[in-house]
Ligand binder design. Structure first.
Ligand SMILES: [Zn+2]
Ligand SMILES: [Zn+2]
Length: 335
């Protein structure tokens, strides 16, 4: 089983080619040689060194581990949904099983806010169109409560699992609903919150009916300008740790006539200022058949130049999609 430790990577001692880590707490007495350990930096938990335990020395308050660094990257799928299943440990374990098959170290589960009753009012602005109203009345919408989700999280945290499992929410953000969102979220504590923009001026952009309601009615220039305005507001809100699929607005391969480089640069700087990660989300590739495996080369280049931290993500909506194209995305994300 892989273990995860949080340490100060810059303060790690290295002697004779081995890293030394002092663990605290008596429960740590069970370390064994040959174990894989993921060392997460205390300042950035996604800056990770994977190392193999070569020696374990018992000390008064834990273990002194001597570890050999590996070159293997830390593979994380930072975005997947339980949306089409129950909030149950059995269902989560199907995602965990797939993560093991795909060789991942971590999966992050984040159902949409439209699963939870507490957020119902935050979607009323979409009911201006009948098709969106029907979509919101679907059986997977507002069918659970955040307390039920919290119970599941507690249950999973008590289990010894072969991969790290973290829980958050994918929050559908609009400027108009920010106060409502803030109010619901203020008493809730998750491992992370991911902000996502799924609508432009109250119209969803990624639905089968989006052509008729949005793309055929407005110019791509206007749609992109308003989309990125909403994305900037989402980042500036300070509510989120991560930004979901920053350029998924491209899903139908409709592009504006103006150059997006300046917009991308402004977005990158805002992400840095707000200490947020940006997703390199592959969902657009295998769910909507867009040629990019994640972010466009242009946006990725700007993020790298500006030093934005990038999170690989599949946007899996069923267990078998966990880890889809994560290795390719991780390769492209690397600087
Ligand atoms: Zn999304
Ligand atoms: Zn999603």
């Amino acid at each position: 089983m892989t273990r995860h430790l949080t340490v100060s990577l810059k303060d790690l001692k290295e002697r004779d080619g081995l890293l030394e880590v002092q663990t605290g707490g008596l429960s740590d007495g069970s370390y064994e040689t040959g174990e894989l350990i993921c060392l997460h930096d205390e300042d950035d938990e996604y800056n990770v060194i994977k190392a193999l335990t070569e020696r374990v020395g018992k000390t008064a308050d834990g273990c002194l581990l001597k570890l050999r660094k590996t070159d293997v990257p830390y593979y994380v799928d930072g975005h997947m949904h339980l949306e089409y299943g129950e909030l149950s440990a059995e269902y989560v374990l199907q995602f965990v099983g797939e993560a093991v098959l795909k060789g991942l170290d971590e999966i992050d589960i984040l159902d949409h806010t439209h699963r939870f009753r507490e957020f119902r009012e935050c979607y009323d602005h979409l009911r201006i169109h009948q098709k969106q109203d029907e979509w919101l009345n679907g059986k997977t919408k507002f069918c659970s409560t955040l307390d039920e989700y919290d119970e599941l999280i507690t249950q999973i945290r008590d289990m010894d699992l072969p991969v790290r499992v973290r829980f958050g929410l994918e929050v559908c953000y609009t400027e108009d609903t920010e106060l409502m969102l803030r109010d619901v979220l203020k008493d809730r504590h998750y491992d992370f919150l991911t902000g996502a923009v799924h609508s432009v001026n109250h119209i969803l952009y990624d639905m089968p009916f989006s052509g008729e309601l949005l793309w055929e009615r407005f110019s791509a220039d206007d749609i992109y300008r308003d989309y990125y305005k909403a994305v900037m507001a989402c980042v500036s809100s300070g509510l989120f740790d991560r930004l979901a699929h920053p350029d998924t607005i491209k899903l139908f391969e409709i592009y504006p006539d103006y150059d997006l480089t300046e917009t991308y640069r402004q977005l990158a700087r805002l992400l840095k200022e707000n200490n947020m990660m940006a997703e390199n989300n592959t969902g657009c590739h295998y769910r909507y058949h867009h040629p990019d495996v994640g972010l466009s080369g242009q946006l990725l280049a700007v993020f790298k130049e500006e030093g934005v931290r990038i999170m690989t993500a599949s946007d899996a909506h069923k267990p078998e999609h966990v880890g889809s194209y994560i290795r390719e995305a991780a390769e492209r994300s690397r600087t």
